[in-house]
Design a protein around this ligand. Structure first.
Ligand code: COA
Length: 197
């Protein structure tokens, strides 16, 4: 039987599904990085809730035969700043008002103002870029094309948002991930190096 694959935007109520996939992704990736030690009380629901509420993230879910089996998380950067991409989450500021938030906002404004004279000059033009922040397909759903379809949907969404350059990070030990991205037409433009001292 031909598997039925569907790609759709994730709904804000799908916190549990996304948190479950997120936990699997994190455990999977931690295995490629000897320096990564997962907290015993890592809270994936709160993490994903933060992503959804910020309005800075676009999630697409991949379904295999009607069941969620993968996701991709996307951002848009204008220079160093994240753009709001989810109008649902980007509620009018008065709906989000709390004294704590107001105080934090004031502090941030004061700090920004104090830091102004220290601004370094911009050497490069500030590009508007698409960023693939995370992507995961359940182990039993792999090699069926879900990953490819998620990426195609992501690239179409970036195009709709007038983006023509998309980047991501991959762990160098993740050979499957690196081969996957190469198959999607991505190539290495930067290397991260480190040394244990
Ligand atoms: C990487 C990942 C998203 C691929 O998802 P997928 O649904 O299996 O991908 P597809 O079926 O669309 O595969 C597309 C191509 O990727 C490459 N690929 C996928 N799995 C591969 C594997 N195990 N070994 C080598 N190449 C592989 C192949 O070129 C494949 O094309 P082919 O089927 O014509 O050979 C999935 O393996 C995954 O979730 N891995 C764990 C999380 C992860 O690494 N995320 C990326 C972080 S950078």
């Amino acid at each position: 039987m031909v598997p039925e694959i569907k790609i759709r935007p994730a709904e804000s109520g799908e916190l549990e599904v996304l948190a479950d996939l997120y936990e699997k992704l994190t455990r999977d990736q931690a295995a490629y990085d000897q320096a990564a030690k997962l907290q015993t009380n890592a809270d994936f629901k709160t993490l994903v809730q933060g992503f959804l509420q910020s309005g800075n993230n676009k999630f697409f879910l991949a379904e295999l035969d009607g069941k969620p089996a993968g996701f991709i998380r996307l951002n848009i950067y204008s220079g160093p700043n994240l753009e709001k991409v989810d109008p649902e989450a980007a509620k009018p500021p008065w709906k989000k008002f709390t004294p704590r938030r107001a105080l934090r906002k004031i502090l941030v404004l004061i700090l920004d103002w104090l830091e102004k004279p220290l601004d370094t000059p911009m050497l490069f033009e500030q590009l508007r870029l698409g960023y693939i922040a995370d992507m995961f397909v359940e182990a039993e759903a792999r090699k069926k094309g879900l990953g490819t379809q998620l990426v195609q949907r992501a690239l179409a969404w970036f195009k709709e948002n007038k983006i023509d350059l998309v980047y991501l990070h991959a762990l160098s030990g993740n050979q499957v991930g690196v081969s996957f991205w190469q198959k999607q037409g991505f190539s290495t433009y930067r290397l991260g190096l480190r040394k244990k001292i």
